[in-house]
Design a protein around this ligand. Structure first.
Ligand SMILES: Cc1ncc(C[n+]2csc(CCOP(=O)(O)OP(=O)(O)O)c2C)c(N)n1
Ligand SMILES: [Mg+2]
Length: 354
């Protein structure tokens, strides 16, 4: 499911006559729907695997936020890089990592994407551009800026998509890294696309309780980085913004920031049962704007697909995920010797007794 940048034949992205957001060709909208349906099915299977005790450690799903990574990764080109925090399954799926290997990773199996040593929060697929999911809030931001810098240093025209949460923006690491990105950008040396996934909360703490300046995009002004906001529940709006700004970053080598306003309808992590920080009405309100539901509605309204065809797509996604679950279930745990591999980059240099 590697992101395809070509618009389909029946017109691609156009401005809607009513002056509203964007009208995407039906074919393309179906494709976006298919990608988001796979992510949703995958995440639901993860929640189940966690309840069954098959997935250990932490698990943070992307339910409700699918339109953000799906939209932005339409602007991904071969050689670009992606780095994100721990809510990283969607990014791996969209970049084309095998769902079987991702699920096996979550199950801690040797067939996993990183041999069962990373788990849900630390998916890597360097060949496909995924430079990792990271568990330390804000910790990946300086790394992402460094990756972006390296791309110009190596004289390529690739860019880095750096995803971060609203909570991560109050970390010192964000401010130090954004400062350098802005500075290096003045010389066209930092093609970093910051994608702030503002889902209103960092665990149980709302943005309003975290910072006096709740306009997160505007914080980039302090570092000389241009920015905008996008409706992160509307995949068409995200695709439009993504393609436009990714091209700008690629051309100029200057960083750019987009704050995607989104919402996770699932709890923060799979082990968080008590959601005392928000009420059911709020969750319900956002469910009405579910990114997948909105596309379904539009496809039906436009007579692009009927209920039956939509159901077929969902079933296909579930079947693919079921295959992944079976593969993960049947795979072996990594052998003990794996404890000593991939500790250092290059040759394994472990000096002790294996
Ligand atoms: C340095 C650090 N402090 C605290 C935590 C605990 N923690 C895990 S997730 C999280 C919230 C982060 O929120 P946000 O960046 O908005 O991401 P979201 O979970 O909403 O996607 C916190 C505080 C951590 N992992 N790392
Ligand atoms: Mg958040």
């Amino acid at each position: 499911m590697s992101a395809d940048n070509e618009h389909s034949e029946d017109g691609g992205v156009e401005t809607r006559e009513d002056g509203g957001a964007i009208a995407t060709s039906s074919e393309r909208l179906v494709d976006l729907y298919r990608q988001m349906a796979l992510i949703r099915a995958f995440e639901e299977a993860c929640q189940k695997g966690f309840r069954q005790g098959k997935i250990g450690g932490y698990l943070h799903v992307y339910i409700g936020q699918e339109a953000v990574a799906t939209g932005f990764l339409q602007a991904f080109e071969d050689g670009d890089k992606v780095i994100t925090a721990y809510r990283d399954h969607a990014h791996a799926l969209l970049l084309g990592s095998d769902p079987k290997e991702i699920m096996a990773e979550l199950y801690g199996k040797g067939t996993g994407l990183v041999k069962g040593k990373g788990g849900s929060m630390h998916l890597f697929d360097v060949e496909r551009g995924l430079m990792g999911g990271y568990g330390i809030v804000g910790g990946h931001i300086p790394l992402g800026v460094g990756v972006a810098y390296a791309m110009r240093f190596q004289e390529t025209d690739h860019i880095t998509q750096l995803y971060l949460g609203d909570g991560a923006m109050s970390q010192g690491a964000f401010h130090e890294a954004a400062n350098l990105a802005g500075l290096w950008g003045m010389e066209g040396q930092c093609p970093c696309l910051f994608i702030v996934e503002n889902n209103k909360y960092g665990m149980g703490t709302s943005v309003e309780r975290t910072t006096a300046m709740t306009d997160l995009a505007a914080k980039f002004d302090a570092y000389g980085i241009e920015h905008e906001k996008v409706d992160g529940m509307d995949v068409e709006a995200v695709v439009e913004a993504a393609e436009r700004v990714a091209e700008q970053v690629r051309e100029t080598g200057k960083p750019y920031a987009v704050e995607a306003l989104t919402y996770r309808t699932a709890p923060h992590g799979a082990a968080d049962f008590f959601e005392k920080y928000r009420n059911k009405e709020e969750i319900e309100e956002w469910r009405q704007r579910d990114p997948i539901g909105m596309v379904e509605h539009k496809l039906i309204e436009n007579d692009a697909l009927d209920e039956e065809k939509l159901e077929e797509i969902k079933v296909e996604a579930k079947e693919r995920v079921q295959e992944a679950v079976e593969f993960a279930d049947e795979s072996e745990e990594p052998p003990e010797e794996e404890l000593y591999t991939d500790v250092y980059s290059g040759e394994d240099e472990y000096m002790g007794e294996a």
